[in-house]
Ligand binder design. Structure first.
Ligand code: UDP
Ligand code: MG
Length: 323
């Protein structure tokens, strides 16, 4: 009756239409994880409403390999929600979220674990070379981090994705955060803890296409900024203040001019410009309010971030004493 003292590593993989990647992902993960001495492992695969046979492929794997656990969501909830579901189900002493497309090299996990063993609670995997991502994606990511980090009190490390290792204590903190609209990179950064960084080169997607189009990335960026900063809300006070001041100065100028030179007939152009300018400014301000109110509304409804249709293969696998 040897007590199971081996630590459990959970790899959490959100999957949306990744059927073509499962074989290779499972193979690579198995060879990396089974090569670790002194650790058990589980792969928590979240099927995020795929329509391409991802679930069947996962279930086939789970039937053969007890390390594979499958969380089947009731529909497509998006990557952030799928990842949340995976983290909630993971039972490991350390948890590693990983993309299914093998853009995050599983080989790096050994290094992440080494840093974890050295006493760090969070080990970030940082992409030093993102040449496989399009120029557009790299640039927009750069701009996003620059804007986000300049207006938000919370700094998100740039070039770090969801690929990282987190100790159980960090995962518990993330799980305890009540918000429904989950911008995971932000939540991870918010949690803090003792952090180390490991560098790697980003590989191209193994199969399939990225599901993050320009519009989806834009929404993710809005989510990130509005989740962690109120600067866009407050800026209107200052813009309004500056506008009022300028208007006051201009009004004084007009009064003086009228007193000195008498009434003249000003063109309507300046009037129109001022009206249109402030009109647009007000609309933008209202739009920003709308962004936040929309988010308050979504939170207020208290709907869960995801719905699980079914859990498959939930027994802890690979234990030295149990079957
Ligand atoms: N993903 C998901 N739900 C979605 C979209 C994506 O679970 O609605 C998963 C996807 O299967 C992959 C990961 O999120 O494992 C990253 O997606 P992708 O590779 O498309 O993003 P990129 O690498 O282009 O940022
Ligand atoms: Mg990818």
């Amino acid at each position: 009756m040897t007590a199971d003292v081996r630590k459990l590593i959970s790899v959490v993989v959100p999957m949306h239409n990744e059927a073509g990647n499962i074989e290779r992902l499972h193979g690579t993960l198995t060879s990396v994880l089974s090569g670790l001495t002194g650790f058990d492992y589980e792969m928590v695969c979240v099927d995020d409403g795929s329509r391409d046979g991802t679930l069947d492929a996962l279930l086939a794997k789970a039937a053969l390999d007890p390390h594979v656990r499958v969380v089947e969501l009731s529909r497509n909830f998006g990557k952030e929600a799928a990842l949340t579901a995976g983290l909630d189900q993971a039972r490991g002493d350390a948890v590693v979220p990983l993309d299914a497309d093998l853009q995050d090299p599983p080989e790096l996990i050994a290094e992440l674990i080494a840093q974890w063993q050295a006493g760090h609670d969070v080990v970030l995997a940082r992409r030093v070379d993102r040449h496989v991502d399009s120029f557009f994606k790299r640039k927009t990511a750069e701009v996003f981090y620059a804007i986000h980090n300049s207006i938000s009190p919370l700094k998100i490390p740039s070039n770090v994705g969801d690929f990282r290792l987190m100790d159980r204590c960090v995962v518990d903190v993330i799980k305890s955060l009540p918000e429904r609209q989950r911008f995971m990179k932000g939540l991870f950064a918010w949690a803090g803890f003792k952090t180390a960084v490991v560098d790697y080169t980003r590989a191209p997607r193994h199969r399939g296409d990225s599901s993050f189009s320009g519009w989806r990335l834009w929404n993710l960026a809005l989510e990130g900024i509005t989740s962690f900063s109120t600067a866009p809300l407050r800026i209107w006070t200052y813009l309004g203040g500056i506008g009022a001041l300028l208007t006051f100065l201009y009004a004084t100028l007009i009064v003086i001019r009228t007193l000195v030179y008498g009434v003249d007939v000003p063109g309507y152009a300046s009037l129109l410009v001022a009206v249109l300018f402030y009109g647009s400014l007000q609309l933008i301000g209202i739009g920003v309010l709308g962004e936040y109110i929309g988010r308050i509304y979504m939170e207020a409804k208290q709907r869960p971030a995801y719905v699980i249709r079914r859990l498959h293969g939930t027994d802890r696998a690979g234990g030295s004493t149990q079957e």
